[in-house]
Ligand binder design. Structure first.
Ligand code: NOJ
Length: 757
């Protein structure tokens, strides 16, 4: 008891100190602990093991973990959850000689108990505050069950939807990706480490993991330093600047050097130039995997290379615990390297308040209060609605009316006493778990809170409508046996809602695909149902952009709904019926064929650009396919229509210190209140190195009532127009620029201006 009071006093005194004094205070404490530590204990802090309850990688059997904790040989564990488990292990850590508390880490990626949309789905909201809130809720729930540290956000840029982990990031754009990285770090860490509801964030996977050759997970990455700095690193830099407590390195090699053993990335850039003061954890087993890469002869050499390169903690490869002591004794790894790593790790443990009270995250009451928390559920519901993208909403069969929204659409409904028949068709209509997506382990036994689309639509449509159901096919089926029933059900209905897509486990870690077409015979099923002539709405659930060209061309109404989490089906039903007007915009380009990949809006112009999509005459084009994506970055419709005026600039030339103001009026010219993401792009016409045809430099999400108009102003300075020149200096150059504003990267108004000396 006395010890606890002392701890509390210490926290009170510490929080009363100014930040600089607190930092100094913590540094002194770290040093005083470090002085007491043996080399073996130091190496123990750099060692992380998986717990015995769940695994997110190839597990090494080991019945001796508790004993090793007692001996001070483990600094952190992953996949240990629940107050009871974390408490048990922390109690054992308190039996070790120096009583250094354990850190418990876990992949809390898009919610913990209350599941939020996939990160890629959330990115489609372009709603930075909502994204921060989502991370905040996840942290509040996770911290309540003893978790100190999440292995998120994944801030890898992804231009390749074959890559399974495309679902875990913010898409293809470095500007949007950086804002989202910042929001997620802030959300996870809340008011700062030391608050009991803060979990340490982890910027991962450092670096360029998203550019795996051919989209195959864990594959090599080969890219120019320009592309690395210009496209792949900005979200990492943003995460570091936002104060991410930790970083995780990556499985891939980058230009021949495995990221885990990469000194340039970890020491020179991250800890050097960016002054990152947290610690770097390896990815699962990635220290040992340097042997497979052909970079290390054995685990001994791998431990030497990784630690010297700045990888502070070894997740699960056991190379550090087995070899670092010997490596130091043999002079292959300097004591200063070990001390630096341990200092970084201990510092975070102090900042988290764990030395004051190792059990401060273990509180059964708090755990219970976060379980089934209504406010959290509401936040996930809100995020789910914001993440939905309306890809298409054309008039049905040229009948002159659109199928969506269903409500207030008399042409879709029977009048008088006859009830409307709605056919729900497709393999996902009655699915429960798929709504959760990949990386959702701790929703456990939560089926009561998750509705199927069938139930959510029924709630809205009844009474007055009768629902009919046919599965049509399974997700991966090659058989058309269920088509007849589907066609029969569709024929009896007034309109059809189809819910097709992937299974939730088709995108995620180790889930790369060579074929990203709508799986199985689902597109054939859509064709068969469309042939009935009924109005058809297609909803596509998936973790990645899929290819569905026939559907895109022929089906009048298409919603892309990723995996939206615990309240996913309710959110979809709200959008279908018009209780929520969709406002999501794609954070990634949707290809027409795998052959176009990598496909991204901010590409270079080339020396022979195609004049348009049908130009194939000795230009940079395919002879069998258009260049453009099926759906462009930034695309997403609303039930209302937004009209953009021309752009006006306050000046045609700018110098350093000037502010360029670009104004335009957006009018809600449609029938519904709604929200629009107004996007600003630039193009540097001539540079000392070639520049992309468009680069996102700003956006604003604006809410407009029906008939309302608003003047939108963007401000740019020369600082916003910088890029990496040939020497990789971050500079702006005088010259002409185009400036574009619009509702998608492919639909913009244009003006030009100049930077002058
Ligand atoms: C491997 C994944 O690449 C990484 O993102 C994750 O955090 C670890 N496994 C731990 O589960």
């Amino acid at each position: 008891m006395k010890k606890k009071i002392q701890g509390l006093l210490l926290i009170a005194v510490l929080s009363a100190l100014p930040a600089a004094a607190q930092r100094k205070n913590i540094d002194q404490k770290v040093d005083s602990v470090l002085k007491l530590m043996t080399l073996e204990e130091k190496v123990g802090q750099m060692n992380q093991y998986n717990g015995d309850w769940a695994a997110t990688g190839p597990i090494t059997k080991d019945g001796d973990k508790q004993n090793q904790i007692r001996q001070g040989k483990i600094g952190s564990m992953l996949n240990v959850t629940g107050v009871d488990h974390t408490r048990t292990l922390q109690e054992i850590a308190m039996q070790s000689r120096l009583k250094i508390p354990l850190l418990f880490g876990q992949d809390v990626i898009h919610g913990y108990r209350t599941i939020f949309p996939l990160p890629l789905g959330e990115a489609a909201s372009w709603d930075i505050e909502a994204i921060e809130r989502s991370a905040r809720v996840a942290a509040t729930e996770a911290s309540a069950v003893g978790i100190h540290w999440t292995f998120a956000p994944m801030v890898d840029i992804a231009r390749d939807p074959r890559w399974g982990r495309v679902m875990e990031g913010a898409g293809e754009d470095p500007y949007l990706g950086s804002l989202i990285a910042t929001a997620r770090v802030k959300g996870f860490q809340g008011k700062g480490l030391g608050n009991v509801d803060a979990v340490m964030a982890c910027g991962k996977h450092f670096a360029a993991y998203g550019a795996a050759v051919a989209g195959r997970d864990y594959n090599s990455v080969d890219m120019s330093l320009r592309q690395l700095h210009e496209v792949y690193l900005p979200p990492f830099k943003a995460a570091a600047e936002a104060g991410a407590a930790t970083f995780m390195n990556s499985f891939n090699d980058l230009n021949g050097i495995p990221a885990t053993g990469n000194k340039y990335l970890q020491r020179d850039l991250l800890k050097g130039q960016w002054k990152f003061n947290g610690f770097v954890v390896s990815d699962w087993g990635s220290v040992g995997e340097m042997i497979n890469h052909g970079y290390s002869k054995d685990n001994y050499e791998a431990a030497m290379q990784a630690s010297n390169a700045g990888s502070d903690m070894d997740m699960e490869s056991r190379s550090y615990i087995q070899h670092l002591v010997k490596l130091v004794k043999e002079g292959k790894v300097k004591m200063a390297v070990i001390d630096d790593a341990v200092r970084r790790i201990l510092k975070k443990k102090f900042e988290m308040g764990l030395f004051d009270d190792p059990f401060r995250y273990c509180n059964e009451q708090r755990e219970k209060a976060q379980w089934n928390n209504e406010a959290n559920l509401q936040a996930s519901y809100d995020m789910a609605k914001k993440s939905i993208v309306l890809l298409k909403n054309d008039p049905v069969n040229n009948l002159g009316f659109r199928a969506l929204p269903l409500k207030e659409n008399p042409a879709m409904w029977m009048q008088g006493n006859t009830s409307t028949k709605i056919a729900l068709i497709g393999p996902l209509v009655k699915s429960v778990k798929d709504h959760l997506g990949f990386w959702s382990y701790d929703w456990k036994d939560d089926t009561a809170r998750i509705k199927t689309l069938w139930d959510a639509v029924k709630l809205k449509a009844e009474p007055g409508a009768e629902l009919l159901y046919a599965k049509g096919s399974g997700i991966m089926d090659t058989s058309r046996a269920g088509f007849a029933e589907a066609v029969n059900v569709a024929s009896q209905s007034n309109f059809v809602i189809m819910y097709v897509g992937e299974e939730r486990v088709f995108t995620g870690e180790a889930k790369s695909k060579s074929n990203i077409h709508l799986p199985g015979v689902q597109e054939e099923l859509i064709k068969a149902v469309m042939a009935t002539g009924k109005p058809v709405i297609v909803i596509i659930g998936a973790g990645r952009p899929l290819i569905f060209n026939w559907t895109a061309e022929h089906v009048p109404a298409i919603l892309y709904t990723w995996w939206l989490g615990t309240r996913g089906a309710d959110a979809i039903a709200d959008v279908l019926f018009g209780d929520y007007n969709p406002s999501g915009k794609l954070p990634i380009s949707f290809p027409r064929a795998e052959g176009q990949i990598p496909i991204y809006y901010n590409h270079y112009n080339t020396g022979r650009p195609a004049a348009n999509d049908s130009d194939m005459n000795y230009v940079s084009a395919y002879i069998d396919l258009r260049n453009s994506p099926q759906y462009a970055f930034g695309h997403g419709l609303s039930y209302t229509k937004f009209a953009y005026s021309d752009i006006t600039l306050n000046k045609k030339t700018i110098r350093p210190g000037d502010k360029l103001e670009a104004k335009m009026t957006v009018t809600n010219a449609g029938k519904y209140d709604g929200e629009e993401v107004v996007q600003l792009y630039i193009r540097d016409r001539v540079g000392s190195v070639v520049r992309p045809v468009k680069e996102l430099k700003g956006f604003q999400k604006v809410w407009l009532k029906k008939g309302e108009r608003k003047v939108i102003t963007f401000t740019l300075t020369v600082e916003d127009l910088r890029f990496y020149n040939e020497q990789l200096q971050y500079v702006y150059e005088p010259g002409e620029f185009n400036l574009y504003i619009g509702g998608s990267s492919a639909d913009v108004k244009e003006v030009s201006f100049q930077i002058v000396k």
